[in-house]
Design a protein around this ligand. Sequence first.
Ligand code: NAG
Ligand code: NAG
Length: 320
Amino acid sequence: MRAPTCHGIIVIVIVTLCTSILYMYNTSLSGTPANEASPEVANQKSPTNPQNKVGRPHLDGYNSIIDEKPLQMHCNSCALVTSSGHLTGSRRGEEIDRTECVIRMNDAPTLNYQQDVGQRTSLRVIAHSSMQRVQRNHQQLLDSSQDTVFIFWGPSNFMRRDGKGLVYNNLRAVNQVLPKLKIYIISQQKMLDLDELFKNETGKDRKESNSWLSTGWFTMTIAMEICDHINVYGMVSPEFCKAPHQHSVPYHYYEPLGPDECGMYLSHEQGRRSSHHRFITEKQVFANWARTFNIHFYEPNWSPTPLIWNKTGTSTAPDS
Ligand SMILES: *[C@@H]1O[C@H](CO)[C@@H](O)[C@H](O)[C@H]1NC(C)=O
Ligand SMILES: *[C@@H]1O[C@H](CO)[C@@H](O)[C@H](O)[C@H]1NC(C)=O
């Protein structure tokens, strides 16, 4: 058998294997609450860097799946492309592709959507729970020709490096077959830091409120570490879904018949079940960051409401 054919077969075998492992993994995830923050990870050295600006975490905490080397990436300007239905018909593709770095989330495709979302991908941030869909679409999404960096996030019991982390094992197998792929995972310490950042910014404890940070949260915080300037495409303001609006858009531009975006945000925000996200609370934090950092929102276009200064010299956002 010629080597390329053999290689192809190995890829197929690995992908099939990984998909079945992931099936078991997803089944177990929905059955049992994730055992976060196992004690051994709490002992890792804290990467706290006092020189860092408040609210702007540093680049430690993203390590290569193969050699654990930290991620080194910096861009003067970034396009953070969400998966929102607001992008449909936006024709922002060319503008997005002209940006130095293009950041996407999960399995959001570009093929057949170039006109609205562009076709380049410099960085893709992927949730453990989207891995199966990414692998199903691996020819398009795990294409190393674009030199894309992939960052995966997930709860510690699935990402641990001691052989017991199913997602970690799976990613390692993929990276061994496709060694050119630049796959990184968010370290356990970084996951704890990002929980703490959420608590610092909102006063809410993520674990106590029984919610999960969203891929949008991870993507925005990573973008703030990597990029000097961020244009966000397809993210609504925190107030958007509270106001009555004319037309509803799908949650994902690539699932036009899927759920409505505001419906999704509102039901998750009020959710008490274990797998919901505080999408609207997260957007309040992003709006806050946009007052200080170089972040701009398009499709829909909005800027954070200015702070109201009152006589006592304290400031509050009018509606947060
Ligand atoms: C959260 O706030 C505390 C107290 O101000 C600070 O020491 C800590 O570094 C903050 N954590 C993050 C991740 O920003
Ligand atoms: C003015 O500041 C006080 C003290 O922090 C605060 O309680 C109040 O809500 C502020 N008023 C407005 C209108 O923001």
